[in-house]
Design a protein around this ligand. Structure first.
Ligand SMILES: *Cc1c(COP(=O)(O)O)cnc(C)c1O
Ligand code: SF4
Length: 314
């Protein structure tokens, strides 16, 4: 289902590895990209904005000052393994380390999931913590990608959450509706139907070319099932660092029933320095978006700063 070999990927895209300015790197965060996502890339284009999100490059090995393994100090904010409680009223559970796609800019690319994850099937320590914190009304499932969990695991997790009557909202941070829309199948929709918490999916889409009919269909099914849909993007150099591209992204998302939520300034994780867009340029792009789009289609430009009570607006 997913391609994991650089040679195979370049072959599918009819890109000559010798001709392209690509120097693949052996990495402990290997290439992984679903076939359906590859089909949305332009053949023969080694600078395709979807390809650049997934192709390992030799530049990732460059050491750049300020780019660290755990830029958000997340390991310091876990009251129990796998549960991040940084912001008031919300807690974030890293349910799995698995993703359907490996995004090269990912701030969790060095995350030691094996230490941070609850043991398979053992959500109990996190549930116990949540049971005591009646000030938490929203639980965010993150990862990795929580929708890589089987439906059975999702049912068992939300079954355990049922005892937490102070929870009102279950939010899911997932890239799967975009990169593997087939995951939004009848089994998942049945799970959604059984939920009593308000469901919010924050999908993750960086470029309008990521949205084809298969994605729109999946998003329509989620809307029909009553899920609130928001999007977060990461601002990425040479991929979406332009007002025109981000305006088109917002419009396509809206046509698919999704409102833009956050545009993240890149987290400074080791290996991702070549994706960074300077803050000044980011602000220019935002000014352009505000001049182009209705206010509800303008995402909030934010940065995550360790120790702050929420994401920092820029
Ligand atoms: C981003 C994040 C949240 C959610 O923040 P919102 O501003 O509500 O989207 C919650 N917890 C952690 C640890 C986060 O990183
Ligand atoms: S889907 Fe999200 S968590 Fe997974 S690699 Fe991409 S950015 Fe990281």
């Amino acid at each position: 289902m997913a391609v994991r070999s650089v040679d195979e990927l370049l072959q599918l895209l009819q890109i000559d590895p010798a001709m392209a300015t690509i120097r693949p790197l052996q990495s402990d965060f290997p290439l992984r990209v679903p076939h359906g996502f590859i089909q949305r890339m332009v053949k023969g284009d080694s600078r395709d904005p979807l390809l650049l999100q997934v192709l390992p490059l030799a530049r990732e090995a460059e050491e750049v000052a300020g780019f660290r393994q755990d830029p958000l100090h997340e390991l310091d904010t876990m009251p129990v393994p796998g549960l991040l409680h940084k912001y008031q009223g919300r807690a974030l559970l890293t349910t799995t380390g698995a993703c359907a796609i490996h995004c090269r800019y990912c701030f969790r690319r060095h995350f030691p999931y094996s230490d941070a994850n609850p043991a398979p099937g053992d959500w109990q320590p996190a549930i116990n913590y949540l049971a005591q914190r009646t000030d938490i009304s929203e639980l965010i499932l993150s990862g990795g990608d929580p929708l890589t969990l089987t439906d059975t695991r999702l049912h068992s997790l939300t079954g355990q959450l049922a005892s937490l009557t102070h929870l009102s909202t279950l939010r899911i941070h997932t890239r799967l509706p975009v990169v593997l829309p087939a995951r939004i199948d009848s089994g998942l929709l049945s799970w959604i139907k059984t939920q009593t918490l308000k469901l919010v999916f924050v999908v993750h889409c960086n470029h309008p070319n990521e949205i084809d009919n298969s994605v729109t269909d999946a998003l329509d099914k989620l809307t029909a099932a009553g899920v609130t849909l928001l999007n977060q993007s990461v601002l990425l150099r040479d991929i979406n660092d332009s007002t025109a591209i981000l305006a088109r992204l917002s419009e396509r998302l809206f046509a698919a029933g999704v409102l833009p939520y956050y545009l993240h300034q890149l987290d400074r994780v080791q290996g991702a320095a070549h994706f960074e867009v300077g803050v000044e340029r980011a602000r220019e792009i935002m000014t352009g978006l505000r001049a182009t789009l209705p206010g509800y289609l303008v995402p909030r430009l934010v940065q995550e700063t360790p120790g702050m009570p929420g994401k920092t607006p820029l």
